[in-house]
Design a protein around this ligand. Structure first.
Ligand code: C5P
Length: 329
């Protein structure tokens, strides 16, 4: 049996980096949002044993370091299953980072494998295995709009927001996530030493974003009539969130090192984005647009300027799951 599934990408709608923990990871607070761009993963099971990864993209590792490999190894153990697992990755997403492509591949592989084996892991076990492999895997078990806390691996699905047009720009530079975190630590240490009283401590900064997010959630989901909070016409809640002033902390350390990324953000804004930002630690940038037409026109304009730009749309949880399965035979 072979199963084909779509591994959708994500963007981060705001990301705040908190304190460095004893295990070396950082506290995070972010809102993940799945989008329509995706890879296609085919999982099949044969006789024998072992895990084989096939992918025509030379940048994708085919050995045990691939997140798909790590997840399958653990899942086969947890399910007490045997066989030769073949994972075929049809790479359509840019490998540049920020879209969670490798993580999405791993989760799609896990769910495909369960179906091929006709066995299901308990939900808690799926979350444990995926979180162990990487901080931004579990969000793909939820899809749609997802609140991420802890090191990003503790995920809380939020109510579906309307699908919103966006443009994804993928500059051809690779940003190392651990290095970006290390640079953030250096900056924070420098700032706190220079002005102990004026710079809010890491935990205060987390509380601040927490407040912004709860205010937004309260307005979007409380069910209270909108007039209680504000006058005028209700806007797309997703655009309201980004307008609340959320930002991605990684921009502070990644933009100075890669000015091209900062230029990409400005180019998105000039092309009409209601909000533009780095996704994760980059190098992917995205812009949110008022309509699909506006996003299409902006992507064309950006491509003319030499950027690798694709128009897509955010995926609600319902759409994410409805489009997840491609075929099963
Ligand atoms: O969990 P993941 O494998 O995606 O993390 C990659 C690296 O990024 C970690 O080894 C760690 O150095 C850094 N990281 C971090 N804090 C997080 C997530 C990742 O410091 N919340």
């Amino acid at each position: 049996m072979t199963i084909s599934v779509r591994a959708f990408a994500k963007i981060n709608l705001g990301l705040r980096i908190g304190a460095r923990r004893e295990d070396g990871f950082h506290e995070l607070l972010t809102v993940y949002q799945t989008i329509g761009l995706h890879d296609v993963i085919r999982v099949s099971l044969g006789r024998g044993s072992g895990i084989e990864i096939r992918c025509s993209d030379p940048k994708v590792p085919k050995d045990a370091s691939n997140t798909c490999h790590r997840v399958v190894e653990q899942a086969m153990g947890a399910l007490g299953a045997r066989g030769h697992v073949v994972i075929d990755i049809e790479k359509r997403l840019p490998v540049q980072g920020g879209l969670g492509g490798a993580s999405a591949n791993a989760v799609a592989t896990l769910l495909g494998l369960e179906r091929v084996l006709k066995k299901a892991l308990p939900a808690g076990e799926r979350l444990r295995i995926t979180a162990e492999v990487g901080s931004d895997l579990p969000l793909f078990l939820a899809g749609g709009t997802v609140l991420g806390v802890g090191r990003g691996e503790q995920v809380y699905p939020l109510e579906d927001l309307p699908a919103t047009a966006c443009v994804v720009v993928t500059p051809e530079v690779g940003v190392s996530t651990p290095k970006a975190f290390a640079e953030w630590d250096r900056r924070m240490a420098g700032q706190t030493a220079a002005s102990k009283l004026t710079v809010p401590a890491a935990s205060d900064r987390m509380v601040e974003l927490g407040r912004e997010l709860s205010a937004w959630l309260g307005e979007s989901y409380s069910g209270a009539p909108r007039q209680i909070f504000r006058r005028g016409r209700a806007e797309n809640p997703l655009l309201e969130l980004v307008r609340a002033g959320i930002k991605n902390d990684f921009e502070e350390v990644v933009f100075p090192e890669y000015p091209e990324l900062s230029e990409g953000k400005s180019a998105l804004e000039r092309a009409g984005a209601k909000y533009a930002s780095l996704s994760g630690s980059g190098s992917t940038l995205y812009g949110l647009f008022a309509s699909k037409e506006a996003a299409r026109t902006a992507a064309q304009r950006l491509r003319k300027q030499g950027w690798l730009a694709q128009a897509t749309v955010t995926l609600t949880r319902k759409q994410y799951w409805r489009k997840f399965l491609v075929s099963s035979f």
